[in-house]
Ligand binder design. Structure first.
Ligand code: GTP
Length: 346
């Protein structure tokens, strides 16, 4: 049976990407100007999936509605309370086919999706997409038996004790039968559904290989933007690695940078391996390196913004500031000149 539906889980709080996620839901954060989910939707369309459900929360419904209305074949499944990973899928079951795809909304694995779908055995109640990792200590390892069915899960084993190197890639071929046995409400794939299916011998695993694009943390978001700008994904090809849509009177250096439309970079400023979102101003002689400058932020002159810092929308950073070490500045905050710095005054 061909699969032509996918449900993307996009209703998490996105705390690790705060304060950007205070303004825009994580899945819609722009990667070189394109909402991240568009990359996944393009990949799905190429694999013949023409109906996409986005499972989202109520908190940023307007942004989600605007996105869904402007994309063909995209529908929302709205949760009144967070239903965890499997709960939203269970809630949407009446609209889903006998077999469909489920994906995490903050990761794209650019891979042979059609091959993965074809490898899903009709007898399995679910088929996990798995990826190989070198260091298993941060992941739940999935151990397969000789017939390719999941034998067991082992949580975060040290690399030298790991019984396998394959981990859950956040990508599942799912069946209605796997979920129809559960009632409505919060439900976890990882803690409840998958262990139960494995115990039944009904959970298959298929190893897939491909580029991993992830926006779950500031570092990953920056890496993902850099990879896209460097032309490393076929899902979106910007014209240049230094994509400057706004006004740049300073310089871009390093491997890549993205300066959005209506942003401006003043003379003497340097933007390097960073994202400057629409409406932001980078003051003269300021260095922004490996950082994310939110919408309509104003950074005064002679400052340094680095170390995976995120500045929330509309914040004002006074001159002579030094923001480093992953600091997060709340939306609309005002920092007095030199109020945050690691360099004592001369
Ligand atoms: P953090 O708060 O930074 O951990 O991010 P997150 O809330 O997105 O959590 P996590 O990265 O663990 O979630 C993985 C994927 O599952 C993301 O695409 C989330 O949007 C999604 N997700 C997590 N919880 C829920 C939920 O309750 N409902 C829905 N619809 N999606 C969820």
């Amino acid at each position: 049976m061909t699969i032509h539906q996918a449900l993307l889980l996009a209703g998490g709080r996105g705390t690790r990407m705060w304060p950007l996620t205070a303004t825009v839901p994580k899945g819609l954060l722009p990667v070189a100007g394109v909402p991240f989910l568009d990359l996944q939707i393009r990949q799905l369309a190429a694999a013949g999936i023409d109906e996409v459900f986005l499972a989202v929360g109520r908190s940023q419904l307007r942004e989600w509605q605007q996105f869904a209305e402007s994309r063909r074949g995209v529908r929302l499944v709205v949760e009144d309370e967070p239903l965890d990973t499997a709960g939203p899928v269970r809630a949407a079951l009446d609209d889903l086919d006998e077999r469909f795809l489920v994906l995490n909304g903050d990761v794209v694995i650019e891979a042979d999706l059609a091959g993965y779908l074809a490898a899903a055995q009709p007898g399995a109640k679910a088929t996990l997409g798995l990826v190989e990792v070198e260091d298993t200590s941060a992941y739940g390892v999935v151990v397969l038996d000789d017939s390719g069915m999941v034998d067991r899960f082992v949580e975060k084993p040290p690399a030298d004790e790991a019984p396998a190197t394959t981990v859950n890639a956040g990508l599942y071929v799912m069946t209605r039968a796997a979920l129809a046995v559960y009632g409505e409400g919060p439900l976890s794939f990882e803690r409840v559904v998958f262990p139960a299916l494995a115990a039944e011998g009904a959970l298959q695993g298929v190893v897939i290989a491909g580029r991993w694009l992830d926006i779950g943390t500031p570092e990953l978001f920056l890496d993902c933007t850099g990879a896209v700008l460097a032309g490393k994904t076929a899902l979106y090809r910007p014209k240049s690695a230094h994509l400057v849509e706004g006004e740049c009177r300073g310089t871009t250096s390093g491997g890549w940078s993205w300066i959005a439309a209506e942003a401006s970079v003043e003379p003497g400023a340097v933007v390097e391996e960073s994202v400057v979102l629409p409406g932001a101003v980078v003051g003269s002689d300021t260095m922004v390196r490996h950082a994310i400058v939110g919408w309509d932020v104003v950074i005064g002159s002679n400052s340094i913004v680095t170390g995976a810092t995120i500045i929330g929308a509309g914040a004002t950073i006074g001159p002579n500031s030094e923001l480093d070490h992953g600091i997060r500045i709340a939306p609309g905050a005002r920092l007095e000149p030199g109020a945050v710095t690691f360099s004592p005054p001369q």
